[in-house]
Design a protein around this ligand. Structure first.
Ligand SMILES: NC(=O)c1ccc[n+]([C@@H]2O[C@H](COP(=O)([O-])OP(=O)(O)OC[C@H]3O[C@@H](n4cnc5c(N)ncnc54)[C@H](O)[C@@H]3O)[C@@H](O)[C@H]2O)c1
Length: 285
């Protein structure tokens, strides 16, 4: 029988990358609220300090480390320091990711742009798993590795093909790594959010004002995502409640993937259309 305490992360240590703001901050705050000790990583010192202060002021246990996850030396230095301290780790959340405003037809993109998108969305996951997963394995108590993918790994995103490719690759990596780490009782999963209101993605800012009338029907559930939506999925995957869940991706998207191309019709709650209801892309880019 499951009990509320199965949701608790008491006694566990979690590392969250890109935890200074947005979805990463919400994940760190949530894991701390459920009693984990949280190591926050961010490349931005000011964001990091503010995030740690907010969590500790609320009674959580949080330590900040200024680390740029695209820098192998910085990642490895922290891993070595944690190993030397004998610090355990149970949960690793690879949250960093960015579209880098690379929004243009694929045939106009450069190899350098491909490499930059690869580095910030995929290779940094390689670096962090390679550096921190051995700490989880060596502690011998199992664990959970959670990677933040995107709905764009599951549906096409025209003019962002490179970003979509990297987010799709995360799911393949998760399936394979889950098998390799299962003998150590380390689970590996991903969470794939739809558009979530953060500093990186401000949907109101890139929607033409004349289309804001469609705001409440753009997503089947009537709103965009909030960082806490993804944090809730991460909490489940981090806790013992998901002890038999590995190699999979949780969709946190208000039903967008299920809807495919279906949209509610303006002003008509129960009517839906597959036809475009606006005359251009709707976006300011
Ligand atoms: N916001 C969305 O709509 C959305 C949708 C789907 C998936 N995602 C994914 O969610 C994750 C978080 O997105 P967000 O919108 O919260 O982003 P954000 O840009 O608002 O926050 C990212 C955080 O990561 C830090 N960071 C960036 N590069 C770093 C690096 N190299 N090393 C260490 N820290 C670094 C930033 O300083 C910042 O604190 C990303 O993987 C993103 O692809 C976001």
């Amino acid at each position: 029988m499951l009990k509320p305490e199965d949701m608790s992360l008491a006694g566990k240590t979690a590392l969250v990358t890109g935890a200074g703001r947005g979805i990463g901050y919400a994940i760190a705050e949530t894991l701390a609220n459920f009693s984990a000790e949280v190591l926050l990583l961010d490349k931005d010192e000011a964001l990091l300090q503010a995030a740690v202060e907010r969590i500790t002021a609320a009674g959580g246990r949080a330590v900040g480390h200024r680390v740029d996850v695209t820098d192998a030396a910085e990642v490895n230095r922290l891993a070595e320091a944690l190993s030397e301290q004998g610090a355990g780790m149970d949960i690793l959340v690879n949250n960093v990711g960015d579209h880098l405003n690379l929004i243009k037809p694929f045939l106009q993109t450069s190899e350098e742009e491909w490499d930059a998108i690869y580095d910030i969305n995929l290779k940094q996951i390689y670096r962090c798993v390679r550096a921190f997963a051995p700490i989880i394995r060596d502690a011998g108590s199992g664990g959970s590795i959670i990677n933040i993918s995107s709905i764009e790994g599951y549906r096409a995103i025209p003019t962002c093909a490179t970003y979509g490719a990297m987010k799709t690759a995360i799911s393949g990596f998760v399936r394979n790594l889950a098998m390799e780490l299962a003998p150590y009782r380390i689970r590996v999963n991903a969470v794939a959010p739809e558009t979530t209101e953060t500093e990186q993605v401000d949907p109101k800012a890139f929607t033409h004002p004349q289309y804001l009338e469609h705001w409440d029907i753009w997503n089947p559930m009537g709103r965009w995502g909030q960082p806490k939506d993804t944090a809730a999925a991460v909490l489940y995957l981090a806790s013992n409640l998901s002890e038999w869940v590995t190699g999979t991706t949780m969709h946190v998207d208000g039903g967008a993937l299920a809807a495919g191309g279906w949209y509610r019709m303006p002003g008509q709650e129960q009517r839906w259309t597959l036809a475009p209801v606006i005359s251009d892309s709707g976006f300011i880019y």
